[in-house]
Design a protein around this ligand. Sequence first.
Ligand code: MN
Length: 228
Amino acid sequence: MKTVFPPPPQPLVAVAGTGARFPVRRIFCIGQNYAAHAREMGTDPTRSEPCFFTKPGDAVVPDGSTLPYPSATSNLHYEIELVAALGSGGANIPVSSALDHVFGYAAGIDLTRRDLQAAAKKAGQPWDMAKGFDRSAPVGIIAPASEVGHPNRGAIRLALNDTPCQRGDLGDMIWSVAEIIARLSQFVELRAGDLIFTGTPEGVGPVKPGDRLAGVIDGVGTINIGIA
Ligand code: MN
C-alpha cells in the first residue's frame, strides 16, 4: 500500500532463545497492584479497583539502553514490574483461559514523572503526560512462557547504582496476571503484541542523570538501563 510518507518503524522487543522479535502493538499498565506500594502512595489497597492506564507502543526501550532524562519533570521515578507479552487476545476473556494468551514475560520499568502524576491526581486530570511519555517503557528480553511457564511467585527487585531499592514478590499482587487480562479485556479488545505492565512493589523513588537501574525478576529475566 502506498503511504504519503514511510510508515513509522514497528516497535520490537527481543525474545530469549531466538533471533525473532516480539512486535509491540499497545502497552497497558495497572496501577497500585501491590498492597505495600498502594500504602506508600497514600491509598487503601483494600478498596482499590484496578486502575488501568496506557503508554504508546513506541515508548518501549530495549534492555541495555541509556536514556536521556525526560523533559518537563524534576522527579522521575522508577517502578520495576513484571510485563506480560500477549501472543493472542480477545474481548471478555475468562480468567480460566487468560494465561493461554500470554506469549511470554519480561522485566520492565514503568518510568513515571511523579511530579506531574501528583499534580494530575490532585486536579482530577489524566495521567497521560505523567506515564505515557517518550521512552517511558524500558522492557527486558521476553522469556517465552513455553520455557518459563507462568510465574505467580518469586522475587522482583530493583537496584539503583548497585544499591537495592525495590523488593517484592510476584505472589503479593492484588490482581493476578490472569485477573488483569480478564478485567482489561472487558474494557478493550486485547491483541497479539500487547504488553501489560502488572504493577510495582514498594520502594519507588527518584532517579537522576548518571544513575543506573538494574532489575531482576526470578525465573523471568533482567532489565538494565542508564539515565544520561
Ligand atoms: Mn506502575
